[in-house]
Design a protein. Structure first.
Length: 251
């Protein structure tokens, strides 16, 4: 590995939501602060780009670095689906072919027990009761590996909350969230108590968050990032861990 600390290039999905953009920018700022504390004498560059919807895109973000600076691209994505396995993989390969810059792609943020901790915190903020039924809302993907990641997170949340957790997808996979919420509501009527509460496994406010809130649950928890509030330290730690792990793969 090069002796020079590689840049940390965080790549989010991108959103047209001003609140979502502000929330993701807050995560970026928290990562900048954390990296500076960890490496006060040789602070690596930290950049924020997007794989869709927003600018700068991945090539533009990488081009903003010093020409010979190595880089680790950290997907600010909760599951590894098409954007990781195709879009970001191809972007990293194109950059390494175009320049002499060493660039590697880190893993997605989830699954991770620290994200489960944030989900459970958001549920408690929403008033999670002993009899409430939890449905985990996830974006969804046509990539089976991403779907498996989501099922893994549902299993982790079930352990952390000590109750059953069902899963609902907002796109591309089944069951869709409204159907999962309806099934949980039917079970609740049969048992005679509690509410249906959606655990919001989305990074920030935006289109999918709006869909989650329209799915018919009694309560929908907030996503992992909330604009105007500090990014959860657990989430910042996951980003740094993905960066550190991938840095070891730089030649």
């Amino acid at each position: 590995m090069s002796a020079r600390l590689p840049a940390l290039v965080g790549i989010s999905h991108g959103t047209s939501s001003p609140e979502g953009r502000r929330a993701v920018r807050g995560l970026h700022d928290a990562v900048v602060t954390a990296v500076a504390k960890l490496h006060p004498d040789a602070t690596p560059s930290v950049r924020l780009g997007h794989v869709d919807v927003e600018q700068p895109d991945v090539p533009t973000t990488l081009a903003s670095l010093e020409p010979d600076q190595p880089a680790v691209v950290v997907p600010l994505l909760l599951s590894a689906g098409y954007h990781v396995y195709v879009d970001l993989t191809e972007a990293v390969e194109a950059e390494t072919e175009r320049t002499a810059r060493p660039v590697v792609l880190a893993g997605a943020l989830g699954p991770d027990d620290r994200l489960t901790t944030v989900l459970l915190r958001r549920l408690r903020e929403a008033g999670l009761g002993d009899d409430d039924r939890i449905v985990l809302a996830v974006a969804g993907s046509s990539d089976r590996r991403a779907v498996d990641d989501c099922r893994d997170m549902a299993a982790r949340l079930a352990v952390a909350s000590a109750r059953d957790v069902s899963l609902g997808f907002l796109a591309a996979a089944e069951p869709r969230l409204p159907a999962a919420v309806a099934a949980a509501s039917h079970e609740r009527r049969g048992s005679g108590g509690g509410r249906v509460i959606v655990a919001n496994y989305l990074l920030a406010p935006g289109y999918f968050d709006d869909l989650a809130r329209a799915a018919g649950a009694d309560v929908t928890a907030r996503p992992l990032l909330v604009p105007g509030e500090a990014a959860p330290p657990e989430l910042v730690a996951v980003v740094l861990d993905r960066y550190d792990a991938a840095s070891g793969n730089l030649a």
